[in-house]
Design a protein around this ligand. Structure first.
Ligand SMILES: [Zn+2]
Length: 75
């Protein structure tokens, strides 16, 4: 069981940190509170070789869940 508080230390500017199970994520904002509440055009992001990606619109950070498969699927 990992502690999400550590992620807040890594991403101090992130309004929200979302744990995901896939390298490919989408974000449209508007699902949380604060600055991201207004939402933005839906965008898809890929973590590539990394394990996290930051939304350029709302600064939310998506982090790959611990234990998730790091290998590329369908390739
Ligand atoms: Zn966003």
């Amino acid at each position: 069981m990992s502690t999400h508080s550590e992620l807040s230390d890594i991403y101090p500017n992130a309004p929200e940190i979302v744990i995901v199970k896939s390298h490919r994520v989408s974000c449209a904002g508007g699902q949380g509170g604060g600055a991201s509440a207004l939402g933005h055009p839906k965008v898809f992001m890929d973590m590539g070789q990394g394990s996290s990606v930051e939304c350029k619109y709302c600064d939310r950070v998506f982090v790959l869940e611990d234990g998730a498969d790091h290998s590329e699927s369908g390739h």
